[in-house]
Write a protein that binds this ligand. Structure first.
Ligand SMILES: [Zn+2]
Length: 89
């Protein structure tokens, strides 16, 4: 059991807020405390980088799943072109 100054987060407190930190849902005070802690704590900084990497991976997957606007247009155009060729031939 360790008493820590109120202007510092413990690892436990940082871990508990890591998701909110990644989602940028912390208050400015909490944000500052998490940042300050990670500057001096390699374990929490590593955990943050790991979670951020996972989050980015998920976001990239979601972006890949969402069909870009141009792609549907290209597919439609190509189908139309092939359909036209068949009709002509
Ligand atoms: Zn820590």
């Amino acid at each position: 059991m360790s008493i820590h100054p109120p202007d510092r987060f413990t690892c436990e407190e940082v871990f508990a807020r890591l998701d909110d930190y990644l989602d940028r849902e912390l208050t400015p005070d909490e944000l500052h405390l998490v940042r300050a802690h990670m500057e001096t704590c390699a374990a929490c900084a590593a955990e943050y980088r790991f979670e951020q990497g996972v989050l980015q991976g998920v976001r990239q997957k979601l972006q890949r799943l969402a069909v870009p606007d141009g792609l549907m247009a290209r597919i439609t155009a190509r189908l139309a072109a092939e359909g036209g060729k068949d009709a002509a031939g």
